[in-house]
Design a protein around this ligand. Structure first.
Ligand code: NCD
Ligand code: ZN
Length: 350
C-alpha cells in the first residue's frame, strides 16, 4: 500500500483546555494540524476578545519550540454578548467564530444561551460583520430523549434561527444524525458541518461492549452529541466522503482526566487528537474514498472560513499507530481513543 501524502489539515473543532492539561495535549494536535478552531468552553468561558487574546497567548506559550501551530480563537456566546464585542471580535483578526452552547447541553455550558431571543443584537451584528456562528446543535430539555436532541434542535432552534438571520454563516458542529446530514446538504444559505473521527468510526454499540464482546460499559466512548445507531454513522460517512464542501473535518477532541471519565458520573468528551487523522484515513479507505480525504481534511474547512489552504503536507503510512505514553498533566492521566481501529499511522513523531 502506497503512503498517503496530503496537504496539511486543520482541525475545525478542538478543545485544548488550559494550563497543564493544554500543555500536555497541544503537541498531539500540532504534530498533525496546522491550525485549529479552539473551543471557548473553559471553566471560565472565553466571552470577550481580551480573554481570547490572552488564551491565544497561553496556547502559543505552551507550544514546544520546534512546533508550529496557529490557534483560531472563538468567543462563547451568552445572553449578555454585546454588539460591540462582536465588532471587536471581527476587527481582532484572530477571532474566527462565536460558539452557541445551549445552556446545560454539554461540558461547561451552564453559562450558555437560554433563549435565542437574548442574542438578537449579537446575531444581527455577526450577520452584518460576517462572523460565523458555530453551533452545538442539541436541545438540553430534560424531557427530550438524549438520542433525539440533535434532531429536535434542527426543527425547534436552527431552522427558525436561520430564517431570522438568513445571511449568517453557520457551522453545525459535530453532526451525528442522518437528519443533520440531510439538513446541511439541502438547506439554503451558507452552512457547513464538521464531522468527528469517532462519529465516523463508531456507532453507539461502542459504548456498551465488554472485553470479550459481551456486556460492558465504556465511558471513554461517551461524548456529546452521543454516538448514534449504525444507520446514522453510515449517513455521516456518506456525507464525509461525498466531496460536498459543506462537510469537513473537526475532531471535537475533548480531553477529560481518566478518573473523571471513569467515575460514577462520567464526563462527556473523547480525546482523539493523537489518532485523529489515521482514524479519518481508515474510515475513508473503508468507504473506498481515500482520494477524497484531502479535500475533507485540508480544503473545505479553510475555504468555508475564508482562510488560505496550508502550504505543507503530512504523510500517513500503512500500519497501526504506536501506543502512546500516558498523556499526563500533573497526576491526571488522559486516555486517547481510536488506536484500535486505525489502519494508518502518521510518519511524524511528537
Ligand atoms: C466537549 C467538552 O468536553 O468540552 N464534550 C463533548 O462531549 N464533545 C464539549 C462539546 O463539544 O460538546
Ligand atoms: Zn466540542
Amino acid at each position: 500500500m502506497e503512503p498517503i501524502t496530503i496537504r496539511q489539515p486543520d482541525d475545525w473543532h478542538l478543545h485544548l483546555r488550559d494550563d497543564a492539561v493544554m500543555t500536555a495535549v497541544l503537541p498531539w494536535t500540532a504534530r498533525t494540524f496546522a491550525r485549529a478552531i479552539v473551543m471557548p468552553n473553559l471553566r471560565t468561558p472565553v466571552t470577550t476578545v481580551e480573554q481570547a487574546r490572552s488564551y491565544r497567548a497561553r496556547i502559543l506559550g505552551a507550544l514546544p519550540a520546534d512546533m508550529r501551530f496557529e490557534p483560531l480563537m472563538t468567543l462563547y456566546l451568552t445572553g449578555a454578548t454585546s454588539a460591540e464585542e462582536i465588532v471587536r471580535a471581527r476587527e481582532s483578526g484572530f477571532v474566527h467564530g462565536v460558539k452557541l452552547y445551549p445552556a446545560r447541553a454539554t461540558t461547561n455550558s451552564q453559562f450558555g444561551v437560554r433563549s435565542i431571543a437574548d442574542c438578537t443584537a449579537a446575531l444581527e451584528t455577526m450577520q452584518r460583520a460576517d462572523l460565523p456562528l458555530l453551533v452545538h446543535g442539541e436541545v438540553a430539555r430534560p424531557d427530550a430523549d438524549v438520542f433525539d436532541r440533535e434532531r429536535i434542535f434542527l426543527d425547534e432552534v436552527l431552522i427558525p434561527l436561520r430564517r431570522d438571520f438568513p445571511a449568517l454563516r453557520v457551522v453545525l458542529e459535530h453532526i451525528t444524525t442522518r437528519e443533520a446530514v440531510e439538513y446541511v446538504r439541502e438547506a439554503p444559505g451558507r452552512i457547513a458541518a464538521t464531522i468527528t473521527a469517532h462519529h465516523l468510526a463508531y456507532n453507539r454499540n461502542a459504548m456498551f461492549v465488554g472485553a470479550d464482546g459481551s456486556a460492558g460499559m465504556r465511558p471513554h466512548y461517551y461524548c456529546l452529541p452521543v454516538l448514534k445507531r449504525e444507520d446514522h454513522r453510515r449517513a455521516l460517512v456518506a456525507a464525509a466522503v461525498s466531496g460536498n464542501p459543506r462537510f469537513f473535518l473537526g475532531t471535537d477532541s475533548a480531553p477529560h482526566p481518566r478518573r473523571d471519565k471513569e467515575s460514577a458520573c462520567g464526563c462527556a468528551g473523547c480525546f482523539t487528537a493523537p489518532f485523529a487523522l489515521p482514524l479519518y484515513a481508515t474510515v475513508f479507505e473503508q468507504a473506498g474514498a481515500l482520494d477524497r480525504l484531502e479535500a475533507f481534511s485540508s480544503e473545505f474547512g479553510p475555504d468555508f472560513y475564508g482562510l488560505p489552504r496550508n502550504p505543507g503536507t503530512v504523510r500517513l503510512v500503512r500500519g497501526t499507530p504506536d501506543e502512546i505514553p500516558p498523556v499526563m498533566a500533573g497526576d491526571q492521566e488522559f486516555s486517547a481513543l481510536g488506536r484500535d481501529v486505525c489502519r494508518w499511522r502518521m510518519t511524524t513523531a511528537v
